[in-house]
Ligand binder design. Structure first.
Ligand code: UN1
Length: 509
């Protein structure tokens, strides 16, 4: 197999440096943390990290800022988010460069991530004039019942490497519009894009005359995340990452009666019915399975194909996999960039070994591509694996491009297989049979937070709520009425008569 040609780390370092310069970031050099690029697997800069004292200071500042921010009229809060959206538009290329450098995303997906940030800003600006409460008909004469929504407090955002900027923006744009302040602990793997986002928000705050402390960035390790999780000043912890992480975060936040919003693992499947348009299905499946090198929480990991079309479908998929351009994500022809780390490779290999041991057959891919100029970079051929049963390895989430293919005979069997995993994020069906499509979307169909028809599992747009059920954690972000998680409601009873009348006809005195 021929080796992959990659840019030199020096070139990437210079490119990161100029993007950061244009955004206005002064890189806090130090040796607490290192910025690294998966493109070559090499380090870029050493960075100063935030420790316990820095985290405490940020929490004090964010709490103090909240006390003013909560009474700033919501549409004025929207002005800050609007300005942030403008700056994101101005620096779209710079941010996309940093995302590609640190997360390894191909150009169009990195630009897409920044577009998602711009879209959520637009959404949150609109929201700043739509934080509606209801009025409720009172059972008492001369009384009114109302529901009022108030800002919640400091929101702790913990985000992952794979959407290093968009997930921050989903939380931050909405939280700020809702009157909350934000303390952000990004993945240690993506400090540079985090610095850029933080800097743009500080610039937006300066431009509209808002104190910068409405947002604080913590570039730290796990201990910093734990500090946010355990601190009662953090009213809501919004955490995106593995189910293992969520299993720790959820109970710890609950133990202090804090709120958590969890976006955890997915094990997303597509059902391909006999009536499916296979051209459409193949395109949808390949993007969902190998986009972002299989490192989205919405990545398609299981394919449940009807017996009658399974062979044809798998033949077309393996042919498409055989032609995937894999390599330098800055190269405009590349579709599959690097895996984030050697650990991701070890997990992929471990899963493939286990599934082979259980009788699974690797039909395509699975091998590492040689990178002679950068031995620590990890590029793999995405894998397609035929499995007979949904064993533990198939039921677990491996954050790498492995697509398990299973077959079914009856629609009920397909739904049962589909739902028989611990996670419940995203799902899809390819069919031209309307009854099947509707059943898939019905209460007895997909048990996921996202259920699609004739489109893959990944690439959700802003506007709809994003999140999933079961071990995915139950959180909803970014669209619909997800804003309510960032606010607290109060029920008001207002007596505008001059008589005291008690509810439930109680008489007293
Ligand atoms: C994630 O992988 O954490 O639907 C988020 C999608 C993107 C977001 C994914 N809009 O694939």
């Amino acid at each position: 197999m021929t080796g992959i040609a990659l840019p030199a780390t020096d070139e990437l370092r210079a490119r990161a440096r100029s993007a950061l310069d244009r955004v206005g970031v002064a890189v806090p050099e130090g040796n607490g943390l290192r910025a690294r690029t998966p493109i070559t697997g090499e380090d870029l800069f050493g960075l100063a990290a935030t420790g316990t004292a820095g985290t405490e200071e940020a929490l004090v500042a964010a709490r103090a800022a909240f006390l003013d921010w909560r009474t700033t009229p919501a549409p004025r809060r929207g002005d800050l988010v609007r300005r942030l959206g403008d700056l994101l538009r101005d620096h779209k290329d710079d941010l996309a460069d940093l995302i590609t450098i640190e997360a390894g995303k191909i150009r169009s997906e990195a630009l897409g991530e920044v577009q998602e940030m711009i879209d959520i800003c637009d959404f949150a600006v609109g929201l700043s004039r739509q934080l509606y409460g209801r009025t409720i008909a009172s059972e008492r004469p001369g009384h009114r019942l109302a529901e009022t929504w108030h800002p919640l407090g400091v929101v702790g955002v913990i985000s992952a490497f794979n959407f290093p900027a968009a997930v921050w923006s989903w939380n931050t744009a909405v939280a700020l519009a809702c009157g909350d302040t934000v303390v952000w602990k990004p993945s240690e793997l993506t400090p540079l894009i985090s610095l850029a986002c933080d800097r743009l928000l500080a610039r937006a705050a300066d431009d509209v005359g808002v104190p910068r402390d409405v947002h604080r960035l913590l570039l730290g390790d796990r201990a910093v995340g734990e500090q946010l999780v355990d601190d009662p000043r953090v009213a809501l912890v919004s955490a995106t990452g593995s189910t293992r992480m969520g299993r720790e975060v959820g109970p710890r936040v609950a133990a202090r009666f804090g709120r958590s919003l969890l976006e955890l693992g997915g094990n997303n499947a597509a059902v391909v019915a006999p009536s499916a348009d296979l051209d459409l299905a193949v395109q949808g499946i390949v993007f969902a399975a190998v986009g972002t090198a299989g490192q989205r929480c919405t990545t398609l990991r299981r394919l449940i194909a009807h017996h009658d079309i399974a062979e044809t479908l798998v033949g077309r998929l393996t042919a498409a996999y055989g032609k995937l351009p894999i390599g330098d994500p800055f190269d405009r022809t590349t579709l599959v960039g690097p895996l984030i780390s050697a650990r991701a490779l070890a997990e992929m290999r471990g899963a493939l070994d286990r599934v082979r041991g259980e009788g699974g057959e690797v039909l395509a891919g699975g091998a590492r591509r040689p990178t002679p100029s950068a031995p620590d970079a990890v590029y793999v051929d995405p894998a397609v694996v035929r499995v007979e049963r949904q064993t533990d390895v198939v039921r677990g989430e491996t954050f790498a491009p492995i697509l398990y293919v299973m077959t079914y005979d009856t629609f009920d069997e397909a739904i049962a297989l589909h739902n028989d995993v611990p996670q419940g994020l995203s799902s899809s069906i390819f069919t031209r049979d309307q009854q099947e499509a509707e059943r898939f979307l019905s209460a007895e169909g997909s048990d996921c937070g996202i259920a699609n028809v004739n489109i893959g599992t990944s690439g959700a747009e802003i506007g709809g709520a994003f999140g999933g059920e079961k071990e995915t954690g139950g959180g909803r972000e970014s669209g619909s009425d997800a804003w309510r998680a960032y606010m607290r409601s109060a029920t008001n009873t207002i007596n505008y008569s001059s008589r005291l009348s008690l509810a439930q006809n109680v008489s007293f005195l």
